[in-house]
Design a protein around this ligand. Structure first.
Ligand SMILES: Nc1ncnc2c1ncn2[C@@H]1O[C@H](COP(=O)(O)OP(=O)(O)O)[C@@H](O)[C@H]1O
Ligand SMILES: [Mg+2]
Length: 365
C-alpha cells in the first residue's frame, strides 16, 4: 500500500472477554473512495466500524486519518459521521433538531447551523420545511434523516452500518443508488458495512471481504468476482454465488468426486493442466451462469436435475452431480432436457481452491 492513503488501519485487534472478534486488521482507504466491509453476521464488521468511530477501543493497533493518529481520540473529536441500521434518531426532537444536533455539539452559531441543516436535508432529498418528529416518518425517510445528520457535520469519514437492512426490497435498491450518488456529489470518503454481496458490488469502489474477524481480500468488485482469493469468497459473491465442487485429483487426467465417481474432463480442467498433484483435495468453483447443460458430449459431468426455479428472465436449475448439489443459471426460454444430463464448465482456467484452508491454488489469474 502507498504511504498516501487517507485512512490507514494497522494491526487492529479486538477481543470480547477472550473471544477474538478482530484478529489483525490492516486496511487502507483512499480519500474520496466508497468501500464496503462485506461478510456474514458475526464476522466483526460492526466492531471494526465502532473502533473507527471511537465508540470502542481496540486492544491494540493504530488508526490514522488524513495523516493524523486518531487511535486515542474521543469520538466527538474525530469528525466522523455514523449511520446505524436502526437510524438511532432522537424521538423527542424534530427532524431539524435531529440534524442540527451534531452542529450544536460543535458549538456552531445558530444561523450557520440552520443553513447547514437546510443543505443537508436537501442533499438527501427531504423537504427542509419538514416539521414532524421521526416517529411520523416512514423507515426510508428516517434513514434519510439519519444520513442528513451524519453529513451535516461535513465529516472526514462517513460510516454506514447496514444502512439498508431495515428497508423493504424495492426501497433498498433505490436507496443504495442514492447513497452512491450522494457520495459522488459530496466526495465524502465512505465505508459501508453490509452482509449483502449484491449491495456491496453495486455501490463500492473496493470491497473488503471479512470472515471470522479477518479480511480475506480487498479488491474492486470485478476482481472479487473474477479472481476470488478464497473458496469462501467464491461461494459468497455472485447471484447466486459460485458452486463449490469438491474433488480429489485421481491422476493427471481425472478427478474423483465426493461420491467416488470419476470425472475425466476436457484437457483444460484436468489436474495436471492446473498443476494439481494426484491425491490433492480441491474445491472447483463453478459459476451458475457459466455452466452449460447438454445431453451428449465428451468431458461433461453426469448430473441429474432435481428442481427448476423460475427467477424472472432466468431459471435456476438445481442439479445433483457426484454427490454434490449445484445450481445452473440459464435463460428462461432455453429448453432443458432431463432429468439425466451432462454438465459442462467453461473451457477456461478453472478456479481451484485447496480443500484444506480454502486458499486459491493458482497464484495469478
Ligand atoms: N459487546 C459485545 N460483547 C461480547 N461479544 C460481542 C459484543 N459485540 C460483538 N460481539 C461478538 O463479536 C463478534 C463480531 O461481532 P460484530 O462486530 O457485531 O459482527 P458483525 O457486525 O459482522 O455481525 C461476534 O461473535 C459477536 O457475537
Ligand atoms: Mg453488525
Amino acid at each position: 500500500m502507498t504511504g498516501s492513503s487517507y485512512l490507514r488501519i494497522r494491526s487492529v485487534q479486538k477481543s470480547y472477554k477472550g473471544a477474538v472478534a478482530l484478529h489483525d486488521i490492516n486496511l487502507d482507504v483512499e480519500q474520496g473512495a466508497f468501500i464496503s466491509l462485506l461478510g456474514p453476521s458475526g464476522c466483526g464488521k460492526s466492531t471494526l466500524l465502532q473502533i473507527l468511530a471511537g465508540l470502542l477501543d481496540a486492544d491494540r493497533g493504530q488508526i490514522e486519518l488524513g495523516g493524523e493518529d486518531i487511535t486515542d481520540l474521543p469520538p466527538w473529536k474525530r469528525n466522523i459521521g455514523l449511520v446505524f441500521q436502526n437510524y438511532a434518531l432522537f424521538p423527542h426532537l424534530s427532524i431539524r433538531q435531529n440534524v442540527r444536533f451534531g452542529l450544536d455539539m460543535l458549538g456552531m452559531d445558530r444561523a450557520e447551523a440552520e443553513k447547514r441543516v437546510d443543505e443537508s436535508l436537501a442533499m438527501v432529498g427531504l423537504d427542509p420545511a419538514l416539521s414532524r418528529r421521526p416517529g411520523e416518518l416512514s423507515g426510508g425517510q428516517q434513514q434519510r434523516v439519519a444520513i442528513a445528520r451524519a453529513i451535516a457535520i461535513r465529516p472526514r469519514l462517513l460510516l454506514l452500518d447496514e444502512p439498508l437492512s431495515n428497508l423493504d426490497a424495492v426501497l433498498r435498491h433505490k436507496v443504495r443508488l442514492e447513497l452512491r450518488e450522494l457520495h459522488d456529489r459530496t466526495g465524502i470518503t465512505t465505508i459501508m458495512v453490509t452482509h449483502d454481496q449484491a449491495e456491496a458490488l453495486a455501490t463500492s469502489d473496493r470491497i473488503a471481504v471479512m470472515n471470522s474477524g479477518r479480511i480475506q481480500q480487498y479488491e474492486p468488485p470485478e476482481t472479487l468476482y473474477r479472481a476470488p482469493a478464497t473458496a469462501f469468497i467464491a461461494g459468497f459473491v455472485g447471484s447466486p454465488p459460485a458452486n463449490l465442487l469438491p474433488l480429489t485429483a485421481r491422476d493427471a487426467d481425472s478427478w474423483t468426486l465426493a461420491n467416488g465417481h470419476v470425472w475425466r474432463p476436457l484437457a483444460r480442467l484436468a489436474p495436471q493442466a492446473n498443476g494439481v498433484k494426484p491425491g490433492t483435495a480441491c474445491l472447483m468453483a463453478l459459476r451458475p451462469e457459466t455452466l452449460a447443460i447438454e445431453t451428449a458430449g465428451e468431458g461433461g459431468l453426469s448430473a441429474r436435475i432435481a428442481a427448476i426455479e423460475f427467477v424472472g428472465g432466468d431459471r435456476l436449475v438445481h442439479v445433483e452431480t457426484g454427490g454434490t448439489q449445484l445450481t445452473v443459471r440459464m435463460a428462461a426460454e432455453q429448453a432443458i432436457a432431463g432429468p439425466e444430463i451432462l454438465l459442462f464448465p467453461p473451457q477456461e482456467t478453472p478456479l481451484l481452491f485447496d480443500a484444506n484452508g480454502g486458499m486459491r491454488l493458482q497464484a495469478a489469474l
